[in-house]
Design a protein around this ligand. Structure first.
Ligand code: F6P
Length: 322
């Protein structure tokens, strides 16, 4: 393999640039040519390619977002779109791919391998951490720290005004960000899709805290929570009794910003490991880090197997907050 293509796709995650840097410099170090594909699968379809040199990735390790840009490409869901993308890659002599992104990106990479035999290695990068085959995805640590900083600030206001705050964090269908920020932020309750807590139970927990002398509380809500988002819950809980509620949705503030040291290191390790796997002739795998070891997991396993939810941490956070 002489030419490797690299792209970022799906929701941006802090650390994608550090990963890109690692891919480019590792591959160049092996004497390979590297082509950057702009705007994810959209740019692959439209042949938006650029030569990557050593200096193309200078001074980006500390930047959030992705210098290659990203997107969610509807055409790529269809076989015709993928055939067009495969033809573009062949025309540009791109013989193998490193796909940096979350669940959707990994699905797309698998399809390219299955339908067009283009060797692919995935690198897990999403703030959600909802990918099996790695302890953490690139971007998760930064997002958790960003959300935590916001929660610490909100606690000042909650304490001063003696209020209950519902703080909604991202995570689509998974509660990993909510659990980590809730546990680290000392939240009185953590609401995640993995555990259904009814509105009445939320109210009762808060009221029992008030009876024990709590004058303010923070409830962290994952966006995929079945009982509703922060706005809805704040409204419903305030209807049940005299609890003054406010809601804050942290939204996309969690996606941007400088990656933490942990994310930069993980991104560097996984970027280099992806190139190593591709050049060793491997394909249809994702590289991840489990207990400080770099591992490869088959792409379908990354979405078919479910990353375990840390039940013990969930229970500890509840016990310590009561
Ligand atoms: O997958 C990352 C993520 O930020 C999710 O947590 C969230 O549900 C989704 O992307 C939001 O996507 P968009 O930026 O396209 O609205």
């Amino acid at each position: 393999m002489e030419t490797i293509g690299v792209f970022t796709s799906g929701g941006d995650a802090p650390g994608m640039n550090a990963c890109l840097r690692a891919v480019v410099r590792s591959a160049l170090g092996e004497g390979k040519r590297v082509v950057g594909i702009r705007r994810g699968y959209t740019g692959m379809l439209a042949s938006e390619f650029e030569e990557m040199e050593h200096n193309s990735v200078s001074n980006i390790i500390q930047l959030g977002g992705t210098v290659l840009k990203t997107g969610r490409c509807k055409e790529f869901y269809h076989p015709q779109g993928r055939a067009l993308a495969a033809a573009s890659l062949r025309k540009a002599s791109i013989e193998g791919l490193v796909a940096i992104g979350g669940d959707g990106t990994l699905h797309g990479a698998h399809a390219l391998w299955q339908e067009h035999e283009i060797p692919v290695i995935g690198v897990p990068a999403t703030i959600d951490n909802d990918v099996y085959g790695t302890d953490a995805t690139i971007g998760f640590d930064t997002a958790v720290n960003t959300a935590l900083e916001a929660i610490d600030r909100i606690r000042d206001t909650a304490t001063s005004h003696e209020r209950l705050f519902f703080v909604e964090v991202m995570g689509r269908q998974a509660g990993f960000i909510a659990l980590a920020t809730g546990a680290a932020g000392g939240a009185e309750l953590i609401l995640v899709p993995e555990h259904l807590v009814e509105v009445r139970e939320i109210y009762d927990t808060i009221v029992s805290g008030v009876k024990r002398g709590k004058t303010s509380s923070i409830v962290v809500v994952a966006e995929g929570d079945e009982e509703g988002g922060a706005l809805e819950l704040a409204h419903e809980v305030s209807e049940l009794g005299s609890v003054e509620c406010r809601a804050t949705i942290l939204g996309h503030t969690q996606r941007g910003g400088r990656p933490t040291a942990q994310d930069r290191i993980l991104a560097s390790q996984l970027g280099a490991a992806a190139v190593e796997a591709l050049l060793a002739g491997d394909s249809d795998k994702m590289v991840g880090r489990i207990c400080d070891r770099i591992v490869r997991t088959s792409l379908p396993d990354t979405w078919e197997k479910k990353k375990p939810f840390d039940q013990k941490l969930y229970e500890l956070a509840a016990a310590l907050a009561s």
